[in-house]
Design a protein around this ligand. Structure first.
Ligand code: NSS
Length: 446
């Protein structure tokens, strides 16, 4: 076990202070330790040196606090030495001070550097590209740590919502032998002497699991060999996917609006501080409540024509069309009833309108589509026919066809992109900022 030695010879270990009162900075900023002596542990966030005083802003996982060292303090020399991003332990007395950021300040008495940092490469006004090159360090920034905290709450609340609704969490495979979402975005890989792929979606495997568990979901990575560089495409993203037996596209739209609203409400409640520091209004998220508006694909095309867009009936919507549609509503909007040829082979069609897929996308401003889902083909012969129409070899999907051979049921599901959801909620400019280590066609380092 590593032990650190303080200047005043008090000893503690890396499992926590026993003799020292180790206090999270966030608690100090709540005003609970005014005029008390505390010890904090963290990193040097900013530093300003005067002739007789040194100001050090210390950060830990819970906040940032200003600490002052006077020339006559025992710790002066160590404070002079401390560089930006050095890790350190600091003891001092908490003072209320309106001028200090956060309203509190520590008058430093003792400082012990744990790891002295070399000159930190990140300074003001660095380009987005540079910050992505040093992502492993940029993750320490206030903005990234706030986004990561909200991401954590988003994921927790997704699990909470599904659990409350009786869904069982399952773990799908990442190595797969046949495509779910079309060959153009498949990542191939050598699996011993076989050619396999990385999963694009857990859907087909979730469909197998509903035959025993009925309501299942997973939160897992999906991989897409996306060649386009856009603000909403990653090659590796996190995918929330539920699948439900005895359900259809309308049930899915209700589940989606409940889920998205639940996540927004939880984040508005639990991440108030983070949202405000990111310059956002928590009330805006708290207002996201079901029901969300629903428009048919045909109505969406008409609305786009009125706005001067030239999309033809039968064509898929692109980023522009989706954004224009989403801006027409004050809540996320569902578009459903797409022409079947622009949706995947597994999409069921309306019995009374065989050209239209029982499939819905959920669109939001700035990002466009955040979910796709709907009813699945549940008849064996129909499924084989659709596969052939899409140029797929049914023999590659024998196990999937089996699901229609043995006790098939109507069922439905959807997929929600975590980074797209978060980018919309936090008004981020790019989904790359919603994940710690983004992967795109050009970015796979660090
Ligand atoms: O391709 S999807 O539209 N649909 C599926 O994968 C279905 N098999 C899901 C299902 O029904 N279980 O992707 C679903 C969502 C989509 O709406 C986006 O929010 C997200 O996954 N998505 C992406 N996010 C980031 N980057 C990329 N490249 C990406 N592709 C899809």
């Amino acid at each position: 076990m590593i032990t650190f030695l303080f200047r005043n010879t008090e000893r503690w270990n890396d499992t926590g202070a026993t003799k020292l009162r180790l206090i999270p900075i966030g608690k100090i900023l709540e005003g609970k330790y005014t005029n008390k002596t505390v010890t904090i542990r963290g990193w040097v966030y900013r530093k300003r040196e005067g002739k007789d005083i040194i100001f050090i802003l210390m950060r830990d996982a819970t906040g940032v606090i200003q600490c002052t060292f006077r020339k006559d303090a025992e710790a002066w020399e160590e404070a002079e030495k401390a560089t930006i991003e050095s890790s350190a332990t600091l003891t001092g007395t908490v003072k209320e001070d309106k001028r200090a950021p956060g309203g509190y300040e520590i008058s430093g008495e003792n400082l012990s550097i744990i790891g002295l940092a070399e000159t930190f490469p990140i300074a003001k006004d660095k380009s987005e590209e540079f910050l992505r090159d040093v992502r492993h360090l940029w993750l320490r920034s206030r903005k990234m740590s706030l986004v990561m905290r909200v991401r954590d709450e988003v994921l927790w609340s997704v699990h909470e919502c599904f659990r409350k609704k009786g869904f069982v969490e399952v773990s799908p495979p990442m190595f797969i032998s046949s495509a779910c979402e079309g060959g153009s975005t498949l990542f191939g890989l050598k699996y011993f002497d076989q050619d396999l792929f990385l999963t694009q979606s857990a859907q087909l495997y979730l469909e197998a699991l509903i035959y025993s568990l009925e309501k299942v979901y997973c939160v897992a990575p999906s991989f897409r060999a996306e060649k386009s560089r856009t603000i909403r495409h990653l090659t590796e993203y996190w995918h929330v996917e539920p699948e439900q037996a005895f359900a259809d596209v309308d049930d899915m739209m209700r589940l989606e609006e409940d889920l998205v609203s639940y996540v927004c409400r939880k984040v508005a409640q639990k991440c108030r501080k983070e949202l405000v520091e990111l310059g956002l209004d928590p009330e805006e998220l708290a207002r996201v409540k079901p029901p969300f508006p629903r428009v048919t694909y045909t109505e969406a095309v008409e609305r786009l024509h009125k706005k001067g867009l030239r999309v033809k009936w039968g064509e898929d919507f692109g980023f522009d069309e989706e954004r224009v549609l989403a801006e027409m509503f004050d809540k996320p909007v569902f578009v459903y009833g797409y022409p079947k040829q622009i949706k995947a082979f597994y999409c069921k069609t309306y019995p009374e309108k065989p050209d239209l897929a029982m499939s819905a996308d959920l669109l939001v401003p700035r990002i466009g589509e955040i979910t796709t889902g709907g009813s699945r083909v549940d008849d064996k012969d129909e499924l084989i026919k659709r596969m052939k129409e899409f140029g797929l070899r049914p023999e590659d999907y024998e196990w999937y066809i089996d699901l229609r051979r043995y006790g098939t049921v109507p069922h439905a599901g959807f997929g929600l992109g975590v980074e797209r959801l978060l980018a919309w909620m936090l008004k981020l400019e790019n989904v790359m900022d919603a994940i710690p280590f983004p992967r795109t066609i050009r970015r796979f380092y660090p």
